[in-house]
Ligand binder design. Structure first.
Ligand code: CA
Length: 239
């Protein structure tokens, strides 16, 4: 059986109380972890702070409507599957929803079994975040040595330091992708998973501390590069 941390997380955005209770209850019976938002603004705030595997999104919502929520998520490059719920059943609405980046569409009143099946289908395409499976235990570059198992580093300045679990995971992810740019989205997915998302500045600060630890000249980095607007890259440039 799936354990607690392996449950799919669903963001339910709906403003009709009776519907919220009914949908939440049934999704939880199916073993999903459900978070609710009663207006579009709250939905956008929640989705910025944590990872969800699916969003069930009503179209007519207070403050920010469902179409705008969907467009905003896509502009943020969040590829979370979106299932629209709408009281309107005109073809136009359906097209508008799909054009905004939605993946599926269900008209109210809907059949509960159908909702659950559609949720299941959309989640089939989604993988749960998994910690890195690579078995690098120790990695050396430029006079530095990283001991991933003990969260310890020995650097070219002759210092021995302990890293946090997150620092270690981020370092490992960058090293595993040596020579390639990794995006903020990929970092959040792999390193943070379901944990509360950090701000962009937090990731920048991790990179800055890596430079201080591992670079000869942290202002002129050889190993840890930021690619503006794209992400970060580790290069093991051998002399
Ligand atoms: Ca509504």
């Amino acid at each position: 059986m799936e354990n607690e941390s392996k449950r799919h997380r669903i963001l339910l955005v709906e403003d009709e109380e009776s519907l919220i209770d009914m949908i939440r209850f049934n999704l939880e019976l199916e073993g999903y972890d459900v978070t609710t938002a009663e207006d579009g603004r709250v939905a956008l705030e929640l989705s910025e702070k944590a990872r969800f595997d699916l969003c069930i999104l009503d179209i007519m919502l207070p403050k920010v409507d469902g179409i705008t929520v969907c467009k905003t998520l896509r502009l943020r490059n969040q590829r979370i599957p979106i299932l629209f719920l709408s009281a309107k059943s005109t073809g136009n609405d359906r097209v508008e929803g799909l054009r905004a980046g939605g993946d599926d569409y269900l008209t109210k009143p809907f059949n509960l079994e159908e909702l659950l099946l559609r949720v299941k289908n959309l989640l089939r395409l989604t993988r749960l975040p998994e910690p890195s499976q690579t078995k690098i235990r120790v990695y050396e570059f430029g006079g530095n040595r990283v001991d991933f198992e003990n969260f310890q580093i020995f650097n070219l300045h002759g210092e021995e330091k302990n890293l946090s679990k997150k620092e270690t995971s981020l370092l490992k992810f960058l090293i595993e992708n040596e020579g390639n740019v990794v995006s903020r989205e990929e970092i959040l997915d792999t390193v943070w998973g379901y944990d509360v998302y950090p701000t962009t500045r937090t990731i920048d600060n991790y990179i800055l501390s890596f430079r201080k630890h591992f670079e000869q000249d942290s202002k002129n980095p050889k190993y840890f590069h930021s690619v503006r607007g794209v992400g970060y890259k580790f290069i093991n440039s051998l002399p």
